[in-house]
Design a protein around this ligand. Structure first.
Ligand code: DOR
Ligand code: ZN
Length: 337
């Protein structure tokens, strides 16, 4: 048995329509706060789209505090952004490099063209959440994150010194060092990047359910992520990047990128900290570090979790005529009591 604050997930994909209802319900069970990503099929690039989506989600929401993001690109109108800011419609802006991942076809191809938007965010103390991959023809997908640090993120940091940045779902030891050695930047880490590596992903049979962006890296990188997360280091916190895709789209010739981890993510994180005797750092990783980075108040009531050995995990959740694939790693299950 252990006691922790109700966790926060600072990076989730709720999707749209009936899928969002299903996914939000699962999120409500586990999280006191969620930061929702804007990469819908029709991305949330303006006030009209954001308002519509926001109202639908808030109507369905039962318990979590839902924080919204806007999809930033060089077609965003400054007037619109100001209107959304004044009316507190969004909490952070999200930057997707063009074609980096799911629904990033409206993303950004040249970050230097984003300077006026970065100044706006910096001036109003609005966080910028970044999908940190440099995407270019013929590049090696394993090098994208490192290239982004060198070619793009360094430029942003140098030119917008007070901009509050979250480097999302980091996967490399290079990102760990980069975040540690720069000011005003923190990073989220996912469950699957903490628990998997190239060996478990494609060293035996290929496992489409683990295919995601950024792609899962080698154990050297995995160890760096585990070390920094387990240490409770204040610049690193949990963001699952839980990204539901239908099973028929995952086990397909063109497998889409995304791991749906919401159902068991907290159980997996607790077990990782438990076996490493670091449960005293769970609140930092799951609640405190993220809230501190974002300047958010949190519910500091403690919730009890118990460990069930050799639990029978549900690999698939039925959704309409298809399924979602639940990510799980460990044999033991931690559940709230
Ligand atoms: O694997 C991913 N899937 N990475 C992302 O950045 C987006 C996500 C999605 O929306 O499916
Ligand atoms: Zn994501």
């Amino acid at each position: 048995m252990l006691k922790i604050f109700k966790p926060c997930d600072f990076h989730v994909h709720l999707r749209e329509g009936s899928l969002s209802q299903f996914v939000l319900k699962e999120n409500n069970k586990h999280f006191q706060k969620i930061l929702v990503m804007p990469n819908l099929e029709n991305p949330l690039t303006n006030a009209e789209l954001l308002l519509k989506y926001r109202n639908k989600i808030l109507k369905m929401n039962k318990s979590s505090e839902v924080l919204f993001t806007i999809y930033l690109n060089n077609n965003c109108s400054m007037r619109d952004l100001n209107y959304m800011r004044k009316n507190n419609l969004f909490f952070a802006a999200k930057l997707y490099p063009l074609n980096a991942t799911t629904n990033s076809g409206s993303g950004v191809s040249d970050i230097k063209k984003m300077a006026k938007y970065f100044s706006f965010l910096e001036g109003h103390n609005i966080p910028l959440c970044i999908h940190g991959e440099h995407v270019h023809e013929n590049d090696d997908p394993y090098e994208r994150e490192k290239k982004f640090l060198d070619l793009e993120l360094s430029w942003i940091i140098k030119n917008f010194k007070s901009l509050k940045i979250t480097l999302e779902h980091i996967t490399t030891k290079d990102s760990v060092s980069f975040v540690k050695s720069n000011k005003n930047i923190s990073a989220t880490i996912t469950t699957h990047h903490l628990l998997e590596n190239t060996h478990t992903f494609l060293g035996g049979n290929l496992r489409p359910e683990l295919f995601c962006k950024p792609i899962i890296k080698s154990s050297i990188h995995q160890e760096a992520l585990q070390k920094v997360a387990l240490s409770g280091s204040s610049k690193f916190f949990f963001g699952s990047d839980s990204a539901p895709h239908l099973k028929s789209r995952k086990y397909a010739p063109a497998c889409c990128a995304g791991v749906y981890s919401t159902k068991y993510s907290i159980s997996n994180i607790i077990e990782l900290f438990w076996i490493n005797k670091k449960t005293s750092n769970l609140n930092k990783f799951l609640t405190l570090n993220g809230c501190k980075h974002y300047g958010l108040k949190y519910d500091n009531k403690s919730y009890k979790y118990k460990r069930i050995k050799n639990f029978k995990f549900q690999k698939y959740s039925k959704f309409q005529n298809d399924h979602l694939i639940n990510y799980n790693y460990f044999k033991n299950f931690w559940t709230e009591v």
